[in-house]
Write a protein that binds this ligand. Structure first.
Ligand code: TNX
Length: 528
């Protein structure tokens, strides 16, 4: 087996060529014109780290070069790329910088695993088999969700997660910024503040919480919030790696932290106490309070103004204590307010109960698929596929998993459960589907390593489901490729679950110190 057989996600077309292989040597140069420059820099620093080669970036070609080229005529979609490696050089072409970035992730996997990390060990020859690859994603949106509300992840931690996910060509990171236990995004006091709502308290008060799970996960160290500048910073970093940030303000349920910060949002005008329980579905905004709409308009307005990407997620899930009529009245307004910011609104599938603006995105996670399919047909809504039993990354792998929840029916879930499905289901065709997203709810997660352990390898399954066409996917072959991949993850210091049915080429960093491996109690009151 050579590296061309191990690529993840599997490209649409891979053909070995006759003739000698390409060898990267100390005199090699990377050729890129101006527009491909930033991507060339990223490739160079990746290659320099392990090889120690100088690898200057130049404009002209010479034999032995890696050449990056943006081509106007390349028409297989914005993220497509083509890569050819022969003895005389590697040529990577794409229509956009995003396409080149994707191609670089493939190039990375074509080189020996010793490329990853800072210690190449005994590796001294950097060979790429002669190969021709043409590749394009099945879906435009290939995402992960990080619940930064139940457990806070610092800007640095979020960047680390982006570093890992992008090697699998995942290109969207949804940040669940608010929930019952915490509010994580700074909202400035506006000049026009008719009801005098104390917006600064959203983070001053609401930023201080987290979920407390008695045995495993203390609150301390899992609080915090992003300033608006932090949020811009994360987005800029993400953009440099072809990742779009999708911010979520969860409405009209999951709002206790907002109610704790802003007393005017409750009918009795009293601030609610902060809460650290993991229960869901017990808080709500109030439909007949004018402050509700003033608040939502201000928050969504400020968030939209600092959001680079086209999407604004307004939640909509599990509003169990909201009367149905109130839910519809409020969410109908929120959807309008969201659309007025100029963004495309996204919501969990419950929000399909209201009339959605054209092009809105429905994130399907559980329950009745009929209204979702209908809105997709009638209103050109797009569907983001996150069925809990195929994508939820907070779920345990096995009953004895040291972190994770187990409320989703059919679980626990391993890499194969999240690999063996087709997002085009329930009458949906590919053109109705924006993409696939795996959600990491963070009630039981304490740090990045624990997050990684839940994410990998299952996010790798999702990455291939979202990128590769059904016709090139095969679970047995994927299992083999996973086994080889993990040498790379181990070298990168990424924790992963050593699934018992995979022959791993390396062992995972076990992220749980002995004292902290006790399982959290079973909780959660919902069924998917
Ligand atoms: C359901 S899935 C939720 C989250 C919880 C998760 C785990 C969804 C849209 N909502 O609020 O974190 O279950 O308990």
């Amino acid at each position: 087996m050579n590296t061309t057989d191990n690529l993840i996600p599997r490209p649409s077309h891979v053909a070995l060529l006759d003739g000698p292989a390409f060898t990267l040597t100390s005199t090699a140069r990377i050729t890129a014109d101006h527009s491909a420059g930033p991507v060339a820099e990223q490739l160079a620093s990746l290659l320099r780290r392990a090889t120690g080669f100088e690898l200057p970036i130049v404009r002209e070609t010479h034999p032995g070069d890696i050449t990056l080229e943006l081509e106007e005529t390349f028409d297989d979609g914005p993220e497509a790329y083509a890569l050819t490696a022969t003895e005389s050089g590697v040529r990577l072409t794409a229509f956009t910088a995003a396409g080149l970035f994707n191609g670089i992730q493939t190039l990375r996997q074509l080189l020996p695993a010793a490329l990853e990390g800072t210690d190449p060990g005994a590796e001294s020859t950097w060979v790429i088999p002669p190969v021709e690859i043409a590749d394009a994603p099945r879906f435009a949106y290939r995402g992960l969700m990080l619940d930064v509300a139940r457990s806070f992840f610092t800007v640095e931690q979020v960047k680390e997660q982006i570093d890992v996910m992008t090697q699998f060509k995942l290109n969207a990171l949804h940040l669940h910024l608010t929930d019952d236990q915490a509010w994580r995004i700074e909202i400035h006091e506006p000049e026009h503040n008719p009801s005098g709502l104390p917006y600064a308290d959203l983070t001053a008060v609401g930023g201080q919480g987290a979920v407390e799970v008695p045995t495993a996960v203390p609150v301390r160290g899992r609080e915090g919030f992003y300033t608006q500048q932090d949020f811009r910073d994360v987005q800029a970093y993400a953009a440099s790696k072809n990742v779009l940030i999708v911010p979520e303000i969860d409405l009209p349920g999951h709002v206790n932290a907002a109610l704790a910060a802003i007393p005017q949002l409750s009918p009795d005008g009293q601030a609610k106490p902060m809460s650290t329980t993991a229960e869901v579905g017990w808080s709500t905004l109030t439909a007949d309070l004018p402050a509700t709409y003033e608040f939502v308009r201000e928050v969504l307005g400020q968030l939209a103004a600092i959001t680079v990407g086209p999407y604004l997620h307004i939640g909509g899930d599990e509003a169990k204590v909201t009367e149905h009529d109130d839910y519809v009245a409020m969410v109908q307004q929120f959807v309008r307010i969201g659309a007025e910011t100029g963004k495309t609104v996204v919501g969990w599938n419950e929000f399909a109960a209201v009339e959605l603006p054209e092009g809105a995105v429905i994130q399907y996670w559980h329950g009745d698929f009929e209204p979702v399919a209908r809105q997709a047909e009638d209103h050109a809504a797009k569907v983001l596929m996150s069925p809990a039993d195929k994508t939820y990354l907070d779920q345990k792998y096995a009953p004895d998993s040291p972190v994770g929840l187990e409320w989703v029916e059919g679980g626990p879930f391993d890499w194969a459960d999240y690999y063996n499905w087709d997002p085009a289901q329930g009458g949906l065709k590919d053109q109705h589907i924006l993409g696939v997203e795996g959600a990491l709810w963070s009630e039981t997660v304490r740090d990045n390593q624990q997050a990684q352990w839940l994410l990998y390898p299952r996010s790798v399954s999702l990455a291939e489901v979202a990128w590769s066409g059904q016709e090139v996917r095969n679970a047995g072959d994927f299992r083999r490729r996973l086994g080889a991949l993990c040498e790379r993850l181990a070298r990168q210091g990424v924790a992963f679950q050593e699934a018992p049915d995979v022959e791993w080429s390396a062992t995972s960093l076990w992220p749980f110190p002995e004292a902290e491996t006790s399982s959290p109690p079973k909780y959660g009151t919902i069924e998917a």
